[in-house]
Design a binder for this molecule. Structure first.
Ligand code: HEM
Length: 429
């Protein structure tokens, strides 16, 4: 007997593609009436969307041989490259992940926190005290500077740093424009037309990165340096092999792309939601004055629940598997939907309310709070991002109490992230 397919969203492919590109959150909300598992169809392969924690658990505990995340993230391959940890699967993925992990060790985080604080405090000084501003402009600058200093190990005063920062910014701006992911989504990331489209923006970035890598390899203190680039250049896998220049380039671009836009957006949402929720910015200010760090953690957790920066994680079936009562064959796409899972009334009462207090003495569930994905593919920078969010919130709260300007902000799609439409318009009270 053929296994029934999950219910399918009945809309032309192009209409679904355009709606998805405009706002993933609204697109999924509109399809949610189909049930806990449903299909949407706008990519080259249809997506089986999962919104129940049991199904999410099946996905995150499945063997890396059964579900491939790299194949699921393929749409990013044009920009990130074929050797990115996000694009790889199975043994090669694990090799790269292990080479990256030491850079994210807890011990490293203490030193990185000092850098984040310095950069955050410097940028907060630049926020106007007597006029409206877009919080995202500032969190973007902080997150980019943080990632460049910590990943590349270049100083913000140096020329090399400024050239790289310019290339990175223009590349990120270019790929962040709406609909840039539509061509790789429809034609595939390796299609010659897609490559030609990305080339003019990637070439200058790659040139400056390869120059940086070559120069860094010659640095006499390479072994002692603690930036992520130097750590990657000196890291050895279990066979004693190091990474090639191309592998290092792809991981560096991955870290900059994955680690910057995401954190900047999460922070913009944190302040937007705080400012639009009665009494919350005052509570943040009080928590910072009283040294109540758990409150800051709760704000980050609640922000990432209600406004997850990424709305889905994607896996491709490599070996037949059963999930949520359906059988899936090789090649099918399995998509846990972070956005809909985080809005389940049975897990989060009054799910649309921004309520940091729901996290008081509550640990987020592995399969019910998944802004960083899960399993062997869980975001490698999750602790780093949470620490950065808390440090930046502290720096801003120390400068004063924020007020909202205008109403609740809509969600717009920026590259793969869901951002506040006006960037979080705020002013100091
Ligand atoms: C609030 C900020 C962030 C959010 C919401 C976020 C979210 C995610 C998500 C959803 C995934 C996919 C997980 C999966 O497929 O199960 C991911 C993967 C990843 N993230 Fe993050 N991320 C953030 C910050 C960062 C930072 C700061 C870095 C690095 C500096 C980073 C580096 C990565 C990498 C390298 C992967 C690929 C992991 C793998 O495939 O093994 N992310 N992130």
């Amino acid at each position: 007997m053929p296994t029934p397919q999950p219910p399918t969203l009945r809309q032309p492919r192009l209409v679904q593609g355009v709606r998805f590109a405009k706002s993933q959150k609204r697109f999924f909300e509109k399809a949610a009436h189909l049930g806990d598992t449903f299909q949407v169809n706008f990519q080259r392969r249809r997506w089986n969307v999962l919104t129940h924690p049991d199904a999410v658990k099946d996905v995150f505990t499945a063997s890396p041989q059964v579900l491939h995340a790299g194949k699921g993230n393929e749409i990013l391959a044009t920009a990130l490259g074929e050797h990115s940890v996000l694009i790889l699967d199975e043994d090669e993925h694990m090799r790269h992940r292990k080479l990256l992990l030491p850079s994210f060790h807890g011990e490293r985080l203490a030193a990185q926190a000092a850098t984040i604080q310095r950069i955050a405090e410097r940028e907060v000084e630049r926020i106007p005290r007597d006029s409206t501003f877009s919080m995202r402009d500032h969190t973007q600058k902080i997150a980019l500077e943080v990632i460049l200093e910590i990943v590349l190990g270049t100083e913000s005063t140096g020329e090399e740093h400024d050239v790289l920062a310019d290339h990175a910014t223009s590349t990120l701006e270019w790929i962040g424009k709406p609909f840039r992911l539509l061509p790789p989504g429809l034609l595939g990331p390796r299609h010659p037309l897609v490559r030609r489209m990305y080339k003019p923006v990637l070439d200058p970035l790659d040139e400056s990165l390869y120059r940086l890598i070559a120069g860094r390899r010659k640095e006499p203190d390479l072994e002692e340096r603690e930036d992520m680039l130097s750590m990657l250049l000196t890291a050895r896998d279990e066979q004693g092999n190091s990474m090639t220049d191309v592998e290092v380039r792809d991981e560096i671009v991955t870290l900059v792309v994955a680690g910057h836009e995401t954190t900047a957006t999460a922070l913009a949402w944190a302040f937007e939601r705080l400012a639009h929720t009665e009494g919350s910015t005052e509570a943040l200010h009080r928590a910072v004055t009283d040294g109540d760090d758990p409150y800051l953690t709760a704000v980050s957790q609640e922000t990432l629940r209600l406004r997850p920066v990424l709305d889905v994680v994607v896996r491709q079936v490599n070996r037949p598997v059963e999930i949520a009562g359906y059988s899936f064959e090789k090649g099918e796409m399995i998509v846990p939907c972070i956005h809909l899972l985080h809005r389940r009334e049975d897990i989060y009462p009054d799910p649309l309310e921004f309520r940091p207090s729901r996290w008081k003495d509550v640990k987020p569930g592995t399969y019910t709070w998944i802004p960083f994905g899960g399993g062997v593919r869980r975001c490698i920078g999750a602790s780093f991002a949470m620490a950065e969010m808390e440090i930046v919130m502290k720096a801003v709260a120390q400068a004063g109490v924020l007020e909202p300007v205008g109403g609740d902000e809509k969600v717009v799609q920026k590259f793969i992230t869901s951002s506040p439409a006006r960037g979080g318009q705020l002013r100091f009270a």
